[in-house]
Design a binder for this molecule. Structure first.
Ligand code: NAD
Length: 314
């Protein structure tokens, strides 16, 4: 059985759907701080399968002990975490507590119960940490590496995701405050009057920050292949997962404008602390080692996200 932490969140719910579709037994542990039980229920409904749901926190050792002692967990997919770069700059300890203390707690319980297989949702930002968020991911990657070095029966993988976008259906769309696509959708849906672009003075062709946007379905494919990879590979592995290309904020805005036939109002503000000019990743290792290849375009991702608004007649 697979324990999926953060399975009521954006990436976790897509992962849950794929696991249920391939017939895995899954228990989701989520404290619902940013995730939603409705999303979890929706995934069970569309997959035609059931997963167990435990509402709780990865920092709650007693709860983890109960979950691991009651259920035959042999694999953990750890996606529970806080992910706002800007919030992490304002509340660093909250991020270290949730993301680092929580993950170490989970690793401890895994060790005590002899669970050896772990996939961790790390971030491309962990390769050169510029924020407490990125640092929190990097620390967990390092802890996993050290733990795997101490016992060669562990099979651990840190997938350093870039910027997943798009959705299987709109109920599963990302709704977080910080990410670009949800912010654009709030403007399209009239919940916000304009988009704020943080910085147009980066050293990039149009001055706006460039990111490696990757379709969520490609992220899930890579993650499923990584789980299979762990069946035959011990140790700690760390792979960047993205599209391998970077796209500017302004270009994303243009693609939205093309698809929705409307120009989106925006204002330029100062750069955010912790943000970098360009963060695209090298996916050659992930392609080679996992036998994976991204299949979906940014255009597909935007289409899946805007579907709702277009059918609403916007
Ligand atoms: N979305 C991205 O751009 C991105 C990029 C790289 C890495 N990641 C990482 O992938 C993971 C999932 O991201 P997401 O986009 O789905 O975020 P999300 O906020 O949609 O999902 C995170 C889930 O974890 C749960 N959670 C948070 N802290 C918890 C805790 N202490 N105990 C139990 N549950 C907890 C939340 O309720 C939520 O359901 C995160 O760890 C994030 O850092 C995300």
């Amino acid at each position: 059985m697979i324990l999926l932490t953060g399975g009521a969140g954006y990436i976790g719910s897509h992962m849950l759907l794929a696991l249920l579709q391939r017939g895995d037994d899954v228990v989701v542990l989520d404290n619902l701080s940013t995730g939603s039980k409705q999303v979890f229920d929706h995934v069970c409904r569309i997959s035609g399968s059931n997963a167990e749901f435990v509402q709780g926190d990865i920092r709650d050792t007693d709860l983890l002990n109960i979950v691991f002692s009651r259920l035959p967990i042999d694999t953990v997919i750890h996606m529970a975490g806080l992910k706002s770069v800007s919030q992490s700059v304002v509340e660093p300890l909250r991020y270290y507590d949730n993301n680092v203390v929580g993950s170490i707690n989970l690793l401890n319980v895994m060790r005590n119960f002899g669970v050896k297989k772990l996939l961790f949702a790390s971030s491309i930002s962990a390769s050169k940490p510029c924020s407490p968020y990125a640092q929190s991911k990097s620390i967990v990657d390092e802890a996993m590496k050290d733990m795997a070095a101490s016992d060669d029966t562990y099979s651990f993988i840190s997938l350093r995701y870039s910027n997943p976008i798009g959705c299987y259906d709109v109920t599963l769309a990302d709704t977080s405050q910080d990410n670009l696509l949800p912010a654009i959708m709030r403007v399209i849906n009239g919940e916000q009057s304009y988009l704020t672009i943080f910085g147009n003075d980066y050293d990039t062709p149009d001055g706006t920050a460039m990111r490696d946007y990757v379709h969520i379905l490609d992220v899930v494919d890579a993650s499923l292949l990584a789980l299979d990879y762990l069946d035959n590979h011990h140790g700690h592995h760390c792979l960047p997962v993205g599209s391998g290309k970077s796209t500017s904020v302004m270009r994303i805005l243009e693609l939205f404008a093309q698809q929705t036939n409307q120009c989106l109002p925006y204002v330029i503000k100062a750069r955010r602390t912790g943000d970098t000019a360009d963060s695209h990743c090298d996916i050659s290792q992930a392609c080679q080692q996992l036998g994976w290849q991204p299949k979906h375009s940014i255009y597909d991702a935007i289409a899946s996200t805007t579907n709702f608004s277009i059918t609403k007649g916007l």
